[in-house]
Ligand binder design. Sequence first.
Ligand code: SF4
Ligand code: SF4
Length: 317
Amino acid sequence: MIFKVSKGQFPLLKRNELTTLQVNIGYKCNQSCIHCHVNAGPHRWEMMDSVTLDLIPKILELYNLKILDITGGAPEMHPRFKSLVLKARSMGVEVIDRCNLTILSEPGYEDLSLFLADNEVEITASLPCYQEDSVDKQRGKGVFQRSITGLKELNKHGYGLPDSGLNLNLVFNPQGINLPPPQNELEKVFKEQLYQNYGIHFTSLFTITNMPIKRFKNQLQLSGQLDQYKKLLEDSHNPQNLETVMCRSLLSVDWQGYIFDCDFNQQLGIKIEQGPIHIKHLLLEKTKWEGRQIKVASHCFGCTAGNGSSCGGALSD
Ligand code: SF4
Ligand code: SF4
């Protein structure tokens, strides 16, 4: 496919086959990280209602989707998190839990790691560095040690161990206004450091570029670095990444049940080309997604800069 690119304007993009439903089931979180692109935190009250949540498995079935990617907030704090996981797994759908690791040691969540292992849920967890001060600076005091405790707990159930079938992926995002380094090289360093210092195993490292939106955008504005960072993203645009940006195969659903091209567009309130559509309307008639236009804007350079960035990490070597 040929993509038209003109300076400062993100190229037009069209959808490929739909494989994944990414659902944000609520903004409540036990943390308040400074780079959080959903402004999640303990006092957020927005949670998907039960009627909407019950539509998710129906969408998975009708569209024959292979992957349910559950995000938040801390998605495990939703009272229906487990029932959604159980239903999707009973349908043979692969489930990804975007876990912040500290939720595993919150009171009332003691059985969570065992539940996830028993149901073979893939875990993708943020750990922006293998050094304590760096993680605590970005994610809050004490978060690093609690994350290590969470990782040890997951390893105990087999997560991240070779041949266990239980994938434990860690997510790295840079501090400040830098692009992530090469994913493969950084993964080797993370594996060495976490094993040598804490005896921890994990499956893969995903490097993700910070998006200049929401809380991180505010931070850049305060430090006078927003324009510089946006220019870096634009100047680092790599057209090769356009083939695999996540919006080409994924639909994102917000806590109210409305669909978006991706989680970032959701947070920015950029509706899909066809206007606001609730998932209940997707059940009335099967929609063909392939070939449909994706709503792009300047923040999209955050997905294509350098080695690229998606919810599954870098897009190219
Ligand atoms: S743990 Fe995740 S969802 Fe919660 S505040 Fe941090 S980045 Fe946001
Ligand atoms: S920000 Fe969203 S719409 Fe833009 S390229 Fe990335 S995934 Fe696609």
